[in-house]
Design a binder for this molecule. Structure first.
Ligand code: PFF
Length: 450
């Protein structure tokens, strides 16, 4: 068989795939983007929709991707070519590659900031400063466009370095070690944040929904955030699924990853909002919500210097395990479909991302020329990829699995050819075939009309 000609790299253990998929899911999306979206979309109402999206759509879409990947042992384009030769389906794979490229380009901007903030932490640069000063310094940093580009370049290089070394030596090893530590530190920060004066208001913002705030925009933002946070809709989990052993349980993998990712996002909310309300940072402050509130929080903590440093190091690592998965989609495509050597594919993908990514970084300067229709290129790349390409990719993936791949093959894959039970397979397949396509389509269209 074709796939046996060339031995593919793969994950070494069950924990490896969960760690790698969770590593991809958990990242800046949880700690930086999630609070921004909650803040901009009315707080608790958004959170509620988000949780519904993640549970009812996230798990089925994730499982669908893993099924496609493991069944075909291919990258996201090759997978559709194998399962539906001579059809238009591979377009879904190409869309995923394009989307991965776009996300990597702007995601690496914020990833680069984590490096700047590590340096700031080491030099104790937040100590004793008030909110206004910390905010000013954040804006001043954006205005140093080339410094942003430099950090972004370093981050892309680091990502390339790990991917260069291949799946098992690189991704798996790095992903397994440090994510649990992130959880622990978020819990400590959450406790401090929730015991600040005025923290209650932040909790109310996060948990007391005002249903009148649920609009088309809120729905589509929650859908986009759900897909972004779980790394769905663009083939990351097809690609990772292709490295999973035939004996692993795909359903429990999907559940574990969704649970871990959601827990981290909620915790991030519990760290950010009580503190933000306590310090007077507006919930709509966007990027500043995280990058200004947190240094203020560290200033209020015993041992704040160390918490600050460890936090930004872990955040950088969380970002890295996500950028690794983005780059992996590009590299798997370039090396398997265009037959580039893996190492060359890595260099080419990194160089391309650097070029496009520089525009994202430079578009955040105050007097930037890089805007389109009044929107910074950074925002535009984020919007187009998360709120358009990911949901469209997601809907096509579930339609593919529900209607083209079909029930029997789906069941074969989730039960490991009848070896394990996968009790929820029927209900999940029902969601994949009927509910998910309709729900995603409705949300998507309602958001567009708005
Ligand atoms: N899920 C990542 C995060 O939440 O930070 C970002 C991401 C990675 C999105 C990979 C999409 C993706 F394919």
């Amino acid at each position: 068989m074709a796939e046996e000609k060339k031995k593919r790299d793969g994950f070494g253990s069950k924990l490896g795939i969960i760690a790698a998929a969770a590593g991809s899911a958990i990242g800046l999306g949880n700690i930086y983007r999630f609070p921004c979206e909650v803040g901009n979309n009315g707080g608790a109402a958004f959170l509620l929709v988000y949780l519904v999206v993640v549970l009812f759509l996230g798990i089925p879409v994730m499982l669908s991707e893993l099924v496609i990947g493991r069944r075909t042992q291919s990258n996201s384009v090759g997978a559709f070519k194998k399962l539906a030769p001579k059809s238009a389906w591979p377009i879904v794979g190409y869309m995923g590659v394009l989307c991965g490229f776009l996300i990597f380009a702007f995601y690496s901007t914020v990833s680069g900031w984590t490096l700047e903030y590590i340096v700031k932490s080491v030099s104790n640069s937040f100590q004793g400063k008030d909110l206004a000063t910390i905010e000013q310094e954040f804006t001043a940093f954006h205005d140093m466009g080339w410094r942003n580009v430099m950090w972004q370049g370093i981050f892309i290089f680091l990502t390339g370095f790990v991917v260069f070394k291949g799946v098992q030596n690189g991704i798996e090893k790095y992903a397994k070690i440090l994510m649990p530590l992130l959880l622990v530190i978020l819990i400590v920060l959450g406790v401090r944040s929730m015991t600040l004066p005025g923290a209650k208001e932040g909790l109310a913002f996060l948990f007391k929904p005002d249903f009148s705030k649920i609009t088309g925009k809120v729905l589509i933002s929650a859908l986009g955030q759900g897909f972004f946070s779980l790394s769905l809709g663009m083939g990351v989990l097809i690609t990772y699924g292709s490295y999973v052993k035939k004996s692993d349980n795909l359903t429990s993998t999907a559940f574990s990853v969704v649970l871990a990712d959601t827990a981290i996002a909620l915790l991030a909310g519990l760290v950010i909002f009580p503190a933000a309300f306590s310090f007077g940072v507006k919930p709509e402050a966007g990027m500043g919500l995280v990058f200004n509130t947190l240094p203020m929080l560290f200033n209020q903590m015993a041992g704040g210097y160390w918490f600050c440093l460890i936090f930004f190091v872990l955040l950088a690592i969380a970002a890295l395990t996500s950028t690794i998965s983005l780059l992996e989609v590009l590299v798997a495509y370039l090396s398997e479909e265009l037959h580039m050597k893996r190492q060359w594919a890595t260099v080419v993908a990194c160089a391309g991302t650097m070029l496009l990514g520089a525009f994202a970084s430079l578009s955040l300067m105050s007097n930037t020329p890089f805007t389109i229709g009044g929107r910074s290129m950074f925002d535009l790349m984020d919007f187009v990829s998360s709120n358009i390409l990911l949901p469209v990719g997601g809907v096509l993936i579930v339609i593919f699995v529900g209607w083209k791949l079909g029930k029997q093959k789906f069941f074969d894959e989730v039960t490991n050819e009848n070896i394990i039970k996968a009790k929820l397979k029927k209900i999940i397949f029902f969601i994949v075939k009927y509910l998910a396509p309709v729900a995603i389509a409705i949300v998507f269209i309602s958001g567009l009309i708005k």
